[in-house]
Write a protein that binds this ligand. Sequence first.
Ligand SMILES: C[S@@+](CC[C@H](N)C(=O)[O-])C[C@H]1O[C@@H](n2cnc3c(N)ncnc32)[C@H](O)[C@@H]1O
Length: 218
Amino acid sequence: MLPNYFKMAREMSDIISLYPWQWKGFYVTAFNRIRLWFNRFDLIEQCIPEKGKIVDIGSGYGLFANFLAIRSRDRMITGVEKNPRKTKYAFRGLKNTEFITMDVRDYDLNSCQAITIIDVLHHMNSFEQQEDLLRYCYSGLDRGGVLFIKDVCFEPYYKFFLTRIVDNCLYMGDRFYFRKWEDFRSVLEKTGFRVEYVTLHEGSPYSTYGLLCAKDVV
Ligand SMILES: C[S@@+](CC[C@H](N)C(=O)[O-])C[C@H]1O[C@@H](n2cnc3c(N)ncnc32)[C@H](O)[C@@H]1O
């Protein structure tokens, strides 16, 4: 894990410097650094088109949305987040970003080149809501566009155990809708996506995975 920390500090100094240590927001900076250390955002970023309209659903403190924006100024990123406390911290002055406080179900998703859903699906309010959102993403993407999903899976089980503890601490009292990644793949394929599994848990203490979903041109 420690080599990962030094790799992150060296190769992600651009995004790290967007969240400097400050008394106000100290928690957000610490939280974001740990998120960068424990998650392979660099691998996900490489799957996202370098230009066009991109919507990051459930953008939280804006970490991943800002990371996409900082790595290519030709990406126009909109972060949609329902928690106003989090959105307050998200805008870091990048001209190719905007952040909106809204439940994504009320957001008008259209003509996107990419949509990202990073650790959000298991926080939705039901399995039906998850499926509705995936279908909504399909309709909101241009042909040739991609949807990237990162979420929690059950294996390796010891990592899932830790992931649950972390979620229970951070979102005390919430119910989570964890689901096998194969179930998501089946819903996505029925919707019309071509789906590719992306390994993300290596070097991370969490049981996590990615699905790169393409809406084909024909
Ligand atoms: C674990 S956080 C992930 C934040 C961010 N994607 C990241 O990777 O740092 C999940 C976020 O999804 C947001 N969320 C859950 N359901 C949502 C919805 N229906 N509309 C918008 N945001 C939602 C939550 O408020 C929370 O901030």
